[in-house]
Design a protein around this ligand. Structure first.
Ligand code: AMP
Length: 451
């Protein structure tokens, strides 16, 4: 049987892999300027990390989490029909997002000591959600995210949003084709009353709304704003708005965030119905959407403040804020805008063996070139010289080193510029250094060369 990759997953290689690497390099660069360092947490965590952090009532936890059981545990769970008897440490899930695991790591490693400065970290990696697969919506997808812990200052909210917009621009996305939506979701002082008001509103319109929204009225009423059902949308258009229900502190915080964004010249739209899907958000929330070429999945990133999350994960109360962006959706947006994030295929120097007896010298030449820092390729299949030259083109070689019997006897190699077809002889003993200098020569590196 020939196995296939699981539905909603992807093998990353070639140009797409280079694009993913380019995105991470851009993140390291842009986020580094804002004082962020990198972190990698495990791809699986205890289920409780997500239940506490994301919320039992969210779709992500209720329906979309991939559970993980090791050997004997799996057998026990199958037999018992439930995992209720497993110890918490054995009840594992693949991470559906990065923040809960990051906060778990922050608590476990005491990232925020008493009076500590804000901790700023970013991550990149695969996330897993058992969703209905469609364009831009996968079961294993990749996110780049950033998190700040330790300060409630609205300047941080603004800086994190500005950093996110810098990141998109650096990736090559056109600012005029993106919408930045912002909102405040209030805090424990004002949100409960607002939630109740929305729940009451839904119940008052029960006969016009879908079954799921009626359940949401009891579990997570704000999620009704995200319902895709047209009738529910029409009803929710008249629902009470959080902006009218914010307490003074939250209203002031929100005003400050907007002031800083204005100062930075960042255009945004206020959307009082923006309630992000995960339970942990407080105050500032934001989402970035692309306006062209994306179909239904137009959100390319989002995040918000989560001042209560550290406590939910067993830590001391510590404010936090962060965001995550999706690699696959950004790729769709970049493709729609004609931007190639992957860049050209890397070039190499191709070393050609003009006769079988030169093979060993080719081996030595490749070794010397690579050790001098030059990317070198050669033939391993005894191809003819003509076919090796074709291979050189396939590898986008800008230079070929040709070693034939006559050259070998003279202790030389021929170096051929594949663009101009100019050739010169180089002593084999100087080959690595000469080729390295040539490849590193700016004029040579920048010369227009058909990819
Ligand atoms: P979220 O963690 O749901 O706020 O998602 C943050 C970003 O991750 C979204 O804006 C998307 O770009 C991306 N994303 C979320 N879920 C998926 C998915 N199933 N497939 C691909 N990208 C996703």
């Amino acid at each position: 049987m020939q196995a296939k990759k699981p539905e909603g997953t992807e093998d990353l290689f070639g140009a797409r892999m280079r694009a993913w690497q380019a995105m991470q390099a851009t993140a390291a660069d842009v986020f580094g300027r804002y004082g962020f360092s990198a972190i990698e947490t495990p791809a699986m965590e205890q289920v409780d990390v997500f239940v506490h952090g994301i919320g039992q009532s969210t779709d992500v936890v209720r329906k979309e989490m991939f559970r993980v059981f090791s050997g004997q545990n799996f057998a026990n769970v199958l037999e018992a029909g439930t995992d209720a008897k497993l110890k918490p440490g054995k009840r594992l899930a693949l991470r559906p997002e990065g923040t809960a695991g990051f906060v778990r790591a922050a608590v476990e490693n005491t990232f925020v000591p008493q009076g500590g400065a804000p901790v700023k970290m970013w991550y990149a990696g695969p996330m897993f959600r058992g969703e209905r697969v469609q364009k831009g919506r996968l079961r294993q997808f990749h996110q780049v995210g950033a998190e700040v812990l330790g300060a409630p200052d609205p300047a941080l909210d603004a800086e994190v949003i500005i950093m996110l917009m810098d990141f998109y621009e650096e990736l090559g996305l056109d600012r005029s084709k993106m919408r930045l939506l912002i909102n405040s979701m209030g805090d424990p002082a004002c949100r409960p009353a607002y939630r109740d008001a929305v729940a009451t509103f839904i119940r008052e319109h029960a006969d016009e709304m879908c079954e799921e929204c009626l359940v949401r009225a009891d579990t997570n009423p704000l999620r009704a704003f995200d319902c895709k059902n047209d009738a529910c949308r029409a009803v929710m258009a008249d629902a009470p708005l959080i902006t009218d229900a914010l307490c003074d502190e939250c209203a002031e915080h929100y005003a400050k965030v907007k002031q800083y964004l204005d100062e930075a010249g960042i255009a945004y739209e206020e959307d009082p119905t923006l309630v992000r899907g995960l339970d942990y958000y407080t105050r500032t929330v934001f989402e970035v959407q692309v306006t062209e070429g994306m179909g239904a999945q137009s959100a390319i990133g989002g995040g918000g403040r989560y001042d209560g999350l550290m406590e939910l994960e067993g830590g001391k109360p510590t404010p936090g804020i962060g965001f995550a962006v999706g690699f696959e959706r950004i790729m769709l947006a970049l493709e729609a805008q004609g931007v190639n994030l992957a860049g050209p295929e890397p070039t190499c120097v191709y070393v050609v063996s003009a006769a079988p007896e030169c093979r060993d010298a080719v081996f030595r030449a490749c070794l010397g070139l690579r050790r001098a820092g030059v990317t070198a390729e050669a033939d391993y299949q005894g191809r003819s010289m003509k076919s090796q030259m074709k291979q050189a083109d396939k590898h986008h070689a800008r230079l070929c080193v040709i070693i034939g019997p006559d050259e070998l006897a003279a202790g030389e190699a021929t170096v051929r510029d594949m663009r101009t077809h100019e050739q010169r002889s180089v002593p084999l003993e100087n080959l690595a250094c000469d080729v390295r200098d040539l490849v590193n020569d700016d004029a040579f590196a920048q010369a227009d060369f058909p990819a």
